[in-house]
Design a protein around this ligand. Structure first.
Ligand SMILES: [Zn+2]
Length: 319
């Protein structure tokens, strides 16, 4: 399989990996907030929160191992314990909130029934927390890179864009947290919900700013970075249970850009909808975990590798 980056033979990979890890952990440390964003209480240490609930990962693990997104860019098997602790996790909320806030949706029985608004709100809050934490880390990473290598000519512009993202995510977080806290109903629109009678080999959940719908029409203009524009997200969750799998796609009704997509999905066959959702995972997200049982199929699929190198349908190599 072609790899996106050719590493010169003489490179000391271990040394490079060490440096990269140091850079990332410095960025993570300086990005740590001083209070829990959910309850507002000051904290000195934060929970190692999992962006995908633990039980779906356990359900697809083979000898405790799952594959994560880099398998498509190069081979990378991660130990479930180590991997799940170090990727797709965020340190943004306290242990108490982590253990209580997501209880309704992190429950196999609840997931087998039509999801409640509270469950949907919890999923959104978790997805947004991961985005917020990523943005915070990226900002610090840029600063570290700038300090060490003077890497950017226009760091201020980059930071400004990240600030706008953070502003939008923070608003999004409070909005959906409010729905969960007050048990508001009627706000969400389900695009697709199904409990498949078999276990799919992938677990993921993510906020997605879709750029193109099923027919290729624009949804969000992902290049419009003006202040007045708010990205509108849909949310996708693929959660394998012990014998079944929950497939769930939804948005909030205030995000009207998804209306057309809803009609498109409603008038498509189940197979077509599942294909589209499957495409979205690889084209738009990186927070997915794959069962080792399909490692060979995945690695030999050039189209998948190509998709994984893109972001929202545009090339994204090296970022
Ligand atoms: Zn808290």
């Amino acid at each position: 399989m072609p790899k996106s980056i050719d590493i010169p033979k003489e490179t000391d990979i271990i040394e490079v990996r060490k440096k990269v890890n140091k850079l990332l952990s410095d960025a993570r440390n300086s990005a740590k907030p001083n209070k829990c964003i959910l309850c507002g209480k000051s904290q000195t240490s934060f929970c190692n929160s999992h962006s995908v609930a633990h039980f779906p990962l356990k359900n697809i693990a083979d000898h405790g191992k799952v594959l994560h997104a880099p398998v498509l860019v190069g081979i990378d098997i991660i130990d479930m314990q180590k991997g799940v602790n170090s990727s797709g996790t965020f340190h943004f909320i306290c242990n108490e909130c982590d253990g209580t806030f997501f209880q309704d949706y992190e429950n196999e029985q609840n997931l087998k029934a039509v999801p409640t608004d509270k469950m949907l709100a919890e999923i959104v809050v978790k997805n947004i927390l991961l985005q917020l934490s990523k943005r915070g880390q990226e900002k610090e990473l840029y600063r570290e890179l700038q300090k060490k290598f003077n890497a950017y000519a226009n760091l201020e512009d980059l930071e400004e864009i990240k600030e706008l993202d953070v502003r939008d995510y923070a608003e999004e977080l409070q909005f959906h947290k409010g729905i969960a806290d007050k048990n508001v109903t009627g706000g969400y629109q389900i695009l697709y919900w199904s409990v498949l009678p078999y276990k799919v080999p992938i677990a993921m959940q993510s906020a997605i700013a879709l750029s193109k719908d099923l027919e290729g029409n624009e949804v969000n203009n992902v290049f419009d970075k003006s202040e007045s524009v708010r990205m509108q997200f849909m949310h996708l969750a693929i959660l394998p249970l012990e014998e079944e799998s929950v497939i769930l796609a939804f948005y909030h009704k205030r995000d009207k850009l998804y209306r057309k997509l809803r009609h498109q999905l409603n008038s498509s066959s189940k197979q077509k909808v599942l294909q589209f959702l499957n495409y979205i995972i690889f084209a738009y997200t990186e927070n997915y975990f794959i069962s080792k049982t399909i490692q060979l199929n995945i690695e030999s699929n050039e189209k998948l590798a190509q998709l994984a190198h893109e972001n929202a349908g545009y090339p994204n190599i090296g970022f």
